[in-house]
Ligand binder design. Sequence first.
Ligand code: ATP
Length: 477
Amino acid sequence: MDKTGSPSKKNIRDYWWKSMVQLNENIVGIDAAIFMHPTTWKASGHVDAFNDPLIDNKDSKKRYRADVLIEDYVAKIENKIKKEVTKAAKRFGDAFDKEQFLSANPRVVEYQTKAESILKRMGQSLEKEDLADVKSLIEELEIACPETGSRNWTDVKQFNLMFGTKLGASADTAMDLYLRPETAQGIFVNFLNVQKSGRMKLPFGIAQTGKAFRNEIVARQFIFRMREFEQMEMQFFIPPGTQKEWYKYWKEKRLKWHQSLGLGNDNYRFHDHDKLAHYADAATDIEFNFPFGFKELEGIHSRTDFDLGNHEKFAGKKLQYFDPERNENYVPYVVETSIGLDRIFLALFSKSLQEETLEDGSTRTVLKLPPVMAPTQLAVFPLVKKDGLPEIARKIVEDLKWDFAVAYDEKDAVGRRYRRQDALGTPFCITIDHQTSEDQTVTVRNRDTMAQERIAVDAIGELLKEKLSFSELLKKL
Ligand code: ATP
C-alpha cells in the first residue's frame, strides 16, 4: 500500500489524459523522446531565446529572477487592495458592492494604476531586451533583497535555461545535447507522423505527459519551481485564421477542468500576457491561489505556425497539411495547453490539507482531496485483533484490491486509525465488528462528514465505484 503522494500524482495525470485523449476523438496521445537532435532546439528558438533575466545582490550574494522580484512587489500592492476590500466589506455589510468599490475608491484606484503601470513597463522592457531599464525599475521601486534588505544590485543579465549534456563515449566525438525544457517540441517533430498514420483531419490535437528540465535560476517554494518536473501538454493543430476562436475555446475548457476539482472557483484567475514569448501571438496563464499568492498553474498559448514553420526550415522538409476543404497545403497554426503536474499536485495538496476543530474541542488533520485523487481509496479495519475479525477484514481487502487502492490497518484504537487515514486523505474507512459475522454488514465512515452508516459487505464495491469514478468528474467538463 502506498502512503506517498505518487498515486495522487498518477490520478491527476490519468484525469488529465482521460479528459484530453479519451473524451476527444480528435486528440491522440504520444510519448516522444527526451533527447532530441540539438538542431530541434535551435529551430524552436530555445537555444537563442529561452532566457530569464537574472540579477545578483552584491552584498548577500543571493541570485534572483529580476521579473519575479518585480512581480512579488506588485503582489504586495495587490494584497493591500485585498485588505482594503475586506475592510470595506465589513464596514458596509450587505450593501457592499465590490466592483463599484474597486473602481471608485481613490486609494484602491491608485494602487491598481501603480500595479498595472509597473507590469506594463516591465513587459515592454523585457520585450525590447532593455535590461538596463529592468534594473532601473528595481531601483526606482526600491526593491531590496528579500533575505537581507540590501539594495546593492548587479546589472540584469539574460540567463539561458537549457540543460546541456553530452552523447557519446569519448570526449572528442561526443555530441552536445539538451534535455528537453518542454514536451511540446517532441509533438511538433512528430506532427506529420501522427497526422499521416492516424489519418487525422484538422482540427486535431496531440497530447503527451512527461519530464521536462530547466536550469532554473532559483528553484524554491516547495515543488512550485523545480529543475526537473513533469508537464502535461496538448498541441491543437488548426487552420490559419481560426486561432482566436480556438484560443478562447481552450481557455474556457481548461478553466472548467480545474474548477471541476472543487478547490473553489475563486482560487483561479486568468492572467493575460503583456510580454509574449518568442513563439506566441496570444497567451494567458491560469493562475491559482497558492499559499504564497496567485501564481501560474497552466499556460495557454496561441503559437501560430512558428514552431512547425521553423522545424520545416531547419529540417529542409515540409511539415504541411493538405486541407481538402480549402483545397490547399499549409503549415497549421497551433493552440497549446501546458500544465505542470507537480504544480497542480501542490495546488490540490495546499487547499486540501486542513486542520479542523471538532465539536468536542479536539482537532484533526484531514487531507480533503477529491476522493478520486486520494492515494488510498479505502481502509479496512477489524474492530479488534481477535474473534476472527482480522480474517474477515483481510478477505474484504483481498476481494477489493483488484479494482481499488485498499489499505489494511489493525493497530491502535479505531478512532486513532480513522485519524491516520484522515491525514492520508483516505475518503472511506470500513470497520468489521462482531455484528459483521452475524449479518454481513460493516460500518462505513466518511472522511469529510465523519458520518458512519452500516452497509452490506456486498455493497462496498458498488459504493466505491459510484464515489470514486472519474466519470462523475469528467461529465462536469
Ligand atoms: P514560469 O513563468 O513560472 O517560469 P513558464 O511561463 O516558463 O513558467 P511554461 O513554459 O508556460 O512556464 O510551462 C508550462 C507549465 O509548466 C507551467 O504553467 C508550469 O505549470 C510548469 N512549469 C514550468 N516551469 C516549471 C518548473 N521549473 N517547475 C515546475 N513546473 C514548471
